[in-house]
Write a protein that binds this ligand. Structure first.
Ligand SMILES: [Zn+2]
Length: 118
């Protein structure tokens, strides 16, 4: 069974990876914008550029959401409440934490939340 400190290391490594990915994405976006605004931009490519941009924004949002979850888990670690459910305060299942170290809800509360969201 993994220790909380090992899960913390995994969270920090994942956080670093996500930040790098976001940075790369922003760099390639700037390059794409420069290309599109240049004298060699082709009109026929506009439509595909829009859907590319949408795809990238979806991905960026997903990355930022994951980053937010990880930050939240790290805050809980500092506060000494890591591994406890945000909703009911009971310990989150160890198997769940090991599969998803940034989990902030126990399985029961997560299932309820998913059901309520429908
Ligand atoms: Zn719970």
């Amino acid at each position: 069974m993994a220790k909380f400190s090992e899960l913390l290391q995994r969270l920090k490594a994942e956080r670093k990876r996500l930040l790098q990915e976001l940075e790369q994405m922003q760099t390639s976006q700037q390059m794409a914008e420069r290309r599109a605004g240049g004298p060699f931009g082709k009109r026929g490519e506009e439509a595909s550029q829009v859907s590319e941009l949408e795809k990238r924004m979806d991905l960026e949002q997903m990355l930022k959401k994951s980053l937010g979850e990880i930050d939240h888990a790290l805050e809980k670690y500092d506060a000494g409440t890591y591994g406890l459910c945000d909703s009911c305060g009971k310990p989150i299942e160890r198997a769940r934490l090991e599969a998803l170290p940034q989990a902030s809800l126990c399985l029961r509360c997560k299932a309820r939340q998913t059901k309520d969201a429908r």
